[in-house]
Ligand binder design. Structure first.
Ligand code: RP5
Length: 171
């Protein structure tokens, strides 16, 4: 049976197309995680119940994504000592409202906020993996390889453009 190390919560099922990027990263590193839709304002009791039991059940990092008046990450952070990564979801104001609502926590209860939308969700997964890697050599090794492969891919992209547009491309 799997023992989830990361808990991913989102305010609505409409957030899932974004938040699945975090889940995909964790799957890539074989990190057990669980995903739950729960809202800070529409289902406060459900949110509190889930978050307050998370540490006891072995969860080490929480990722919370929400849009609009996005207070889910802050509410999650208020209920646990686990590190909380907030993902602002695109909204009617292109996610700027979500970004500010998630990032602008008053001093005392921190939320580590990533960028808006899919890149942010991806980075939330990577940041969770990096936190777990502090005490897990297997994940640390996978992260080292991930970065090496990423660097190789950049060089390959440049090479491809050189073949296509020649001359002034260095390589
Ligand atoms: C937020 O409201 C959710 O996180 C979502 O991003 C947004 C819209 O929710 P739905 O109306 O699509 O359920 O609480």
């Amino acid at each position: 049976m799997s023992k989830p190390l990361v808990g991913i919560v989102m305010g609505s099922d409409s957030d899932f197309t974004i938040m699945e990027e975090a889940s995909k990263v964790l799957e890539q590193f074989n990190i057990d995680h669980e995903v739950l839709v729960t809202s800070a304002h529409r289902s406060p009791e459900r949110t509190r119940k889930y978050v307050s039991g998370a540490k006891r059940r072995g969860i080490k990092v929480m990722i919370a994504g929400a849009g609009g008046a996005a207070h889910l990450a802050g509410v999650v952070a208020a209920e646990t000592q686990l590190p909380v990564i907030g993902v602002p979801i695109e909204s009617v104001l292109n996610g700027l409202d979500s970004l500010l609502s998630t990032a602008q926590m008053p001093g005392g209860i921190p939320v580590a906020t990533v960028s808006i939308g899919k890149p942010g969700a991806k980075n939330a997964g990577l940041l969770a993996a990096q936190i777990l890697a502090l005490s897990d050599n297997n994940i640390a090794t996978q992260l080292t390889k991930y970065r090496k492969d990423q660097a190789k891919a950049v060089a390959q992209k440049s090479k491809k453009l050189k073949t296509k547009y020649a001359a002034n491309f260095k390589g």
